[in-house]
Ligand binder design. Structure first.
Ligand code: CDP
Length: 230
């Protein structure tokens, strides 16, 4: 079974995708983490991220490993070092959409994602999974939420990591990234015509997970009653 979950920044894709995968016993791939890891490596090497050629040299020489850790989701290793937390830092978030906009970078990373997709059942989340990476997915979900709600969620996430944020700045950043991701020439953020759109603005995580599991399994799943605090 292949499940594609797309949507804009902060719509809850990675949390939802990880939990859905866990409930269904499937692998989970956070495709954004791959662009983020490349961004970290490029910044560490002092490479100009608007230079596609230079970025390609970084992408083809870095050692990126994605470990599937069930409940914990993906752990990302760059040249042997665990960068799972580092890739979520605001400096990386601010630059990643420029890195991911380059055609050849996308071709390279999408090819890796396709290869992982061919290895068996999986839940992948990203921007172009239903349209480009797994156009043959059994389920295509597009998660939406208002910018205000998405900024609020991102603030909570960052504060948990000890990063103080200004909500107005966060909203502005999210708008900018949405714009950059959806107007880029190469595989932009776009709802696939056959995707099911879910507006999660007033939904909790468990509610969204339940909705998806009900859709996919065609039966009731009492996720809320499982005693887990998501
Ligand atoms: O979690 P959040 O929505 O903030 O971002 P992410 O999923 O980690 O993705 C970070 C960035 O990577 C996005 O803003 C896109 O520029 C890029 N991306 C992409 O182009 N295609 C994907 N399939 C996934 C992410």
């Amino acid at each position: 079974m292949k499940i594609a979950i797309d949507g804009p920044a902060g719509a809850g894709k990675s949390t939802i995708a990880r939990l859905v995968a866990q409930h269904l016993g499937l692998r989970y791939l956070d495709t954004g983490a791959m662009y983020r890891a490349l961004t970290v490596e490029a910044l560490q090497r002092g490479v100009d991220i608007s230079d596609e050629e230079a970025l390609m040299r970084v992408a083809t020489s870095m050692d990126l490993e994605i470990a599937f850790r069930g409940e914990q989701g993906n752990r990302i290793f760059l040249n042997g070092e665990d960068v799972t937390k580092l890739i979520r830092q605001p400096e990386v978030t601010a630059q990643v959409s420029t890195v991911s906009s380059h055609k050849r970078i996308r071709e390279l990373i999408v090819a890796l994602q396709e290869q992982i997709g061919r290895q068996g059942s999986i839940v992948m989340d990203g921007r172009d999974i239903g349209t480009v990476v797994m156009p043959d997915a059994d389920w295509k979900i597009f998660l939406q939420a208002t910018v205000e709600e998405r900024a609020k969620r991102r603030r909570i996430e960052l504060e948990k990591q000890g990063v103080a944020v200004n909500i107005a700045e966060l909203q502005e950043q999210i708008r900018r990234r949405d714009h950059q991701d959806s107007t880029r020439e190469n595989s932009p953020l776009k709802k696939s015509d056959d995707a099911i759109e879910i507006d999660t603005t007033s939904m909790g995580v468990s509610e969204v997970v339940c909705r998806l599991l009900n859709l996919i399994k065609g039966e009731d799943e009492d996720v809320q009653g499982s005693g887990r605090d998501y």
